[in-house]
Write a protein that binds this ligand. Structure first.
Ligand SMILES: Cc1ncc(COP(=O)(O)O)c(C=O)c1O
Length: 371
């Protein structure tokens, strides 16, 4: 069957970040010491308000409200929109295919930067759409003239990630406006999975200016609920309605919905996480800049809960560094495995607790290229 669609025949559907359990067992490192810096999760664990609600939920013998109505209402009122402007899914990763199916047809083009979150191009390919990849600059900077020039008539969907993954670079709202204006016949998908870590409000307010925009957010990152699987999209009712038809009817379990509703009130937890990550980001970027010159460089000015490390020493490549870090109990993302178009010089590394940042820094300074 898959021969009809070669994209479905590729060996691995997705390459996930490694688990702490695997690294602890393989290298004999106590699990609490493993620095899990590859999946951009919350190192402080889940939002306590969400945990409490999920743990005490008992009413699971009935089917949930298929629309996740309580969560749609909560999200709408938090951001000043209407419930019919919101759609919820088991993470953004579930919603992205609905958007691609609803707003493009087989053979249509879908625009994205390369590198970007791999799900965009994987879903596009799986659904028989054609990703158009716009390369980033030498310092993995955005190429906005190229990006905007590529919004041609046969492009149907334009992806933006803010802050961008894997670079952590922030896109100012004025730049997003330029893309929305250029996308006269396209839908702009603004993925704000990591927006809290930038300490900006992001592009949610742009929904009042543009009707060709959908903003996506997740509970997997700042709220620490990656295992519960909740994300949402917010746009005009006209854009959301077709997505509600594509949504599998009971995709949102009662626990997901209840946990997410509670998490949205956990402002203290969000603040604590964002402040701690910002402080540690400053620390690790400064340490790398001060002590590892000529060996490693942090790309740009990261605004997320991860940063991109460039390996400057030609005798060391990202896969060797990845494996050497693993032996020292540090899990990161090897750019050459987790993203297309990056080559062998980049790692995406999460910002985490101080003890994990110190383990990373120690490991990076220990590892010597074989000459
Ligand atoms: C840019 C980006 N968007 C979305 C997601 C996925 O979010 P979710 O867990 O809501 O599917 C990720 C996950 O790593 C991501 O990096």
């Amino acid at each position: 069957m898959y021969k009809d669609n070669p994209a479905l025949g590729t060996k691995e559907a997705y390459v996930p970040g490694l688990t702490s359990e695997y690294v602890s067992k393989t290298y004999g490192i106590p699990i609490a010491d493993v620095a899990k810096l590859g999946s951009a999760e919350n190192p402080f664990g889940p939002s306590p308000m969400a945990t409490e609600v999920v743990m005490s939920a008992r009413k699971i013998e009935n089917y949930p409200d298929w629309t996740a109505g309580a969560l749609r209402e909560k999200i709408a009122s938090k951001y000043g929109y209407k419930p019919e402007q919101v759609i919820c899914g088991a993470g953004e990763t579930e919603i992205i295919p609905w958007i691609i199916r609803a707003y493009s047809s087989k053979g249509d083009k879908i625009l994205m930067y390369v590198p970007a979150f791999p799900i965009y191009h994987m879903v596009a390919e799986n659904e028989g759409r054609v990703p158009v990849f716009i390369g980033m600059g030498d310092d993995l900077d955005f190429k906005w003239d190229d990006y905007i020039a590529a919004i041609k008539d046969d492009v149907r969907i334009v992806f933006l990630t803010n802050p961008h993954s894997p670079t952590g670079r922030l896109i100012p709202n004025d730049q997003i406006r330029k893309v929305c204006r250029a996308a006269k016949n396209q839908l702009v998908v603004l993925d704000e999975a990591y927006i809290h870590f930038s300490k900006t409000n992001g592009g949610m307010e742009l929904l009042r200016e543009f009707d060709n925009l959908i903003v996506m957010r997740t509970f997997s990152k700042v709220y620490g609920l990656a295992g519960l699987r909740i994300g949402f999209g917010i746009s005009t009712p006209e854009i959301i309605t077709p997505l509600m038809h594509l949504k599998p009817t009971w995709n949102m379990g009662a626990l997901q919905t209840a946990g997410a509703v509670a998490a949205l009130d956990d402002d203290a937890y969000v603040k604590k996480t964002v402040d701690a990550i910002a402080e540690m980001r400053e620390y690790v970027v400064e340490q790398i800049g001060k002590t590892m010159q000529g060996r490693y460089t942090v790309v740009g000015q990261p605004s997320s809960n991860f940063f991109m490390l460039r390996i400057e020493d030609p005798a060391l490549d990202s896969t060797t560094l990845f494996n050497e870090l693993l032996k020292r109990g540090v899990i990161v993302k090897d750019g050459s495995v987790s993203f297309i178009g990056l080559g062998k010089r980049y790692m995406r590394i999460d910002v985490s607790l101080k003890k994990h940042m110190d383990r990373l820094l120690r490991a990076l300074s220990e590892i010597q290229p074989v000459r």
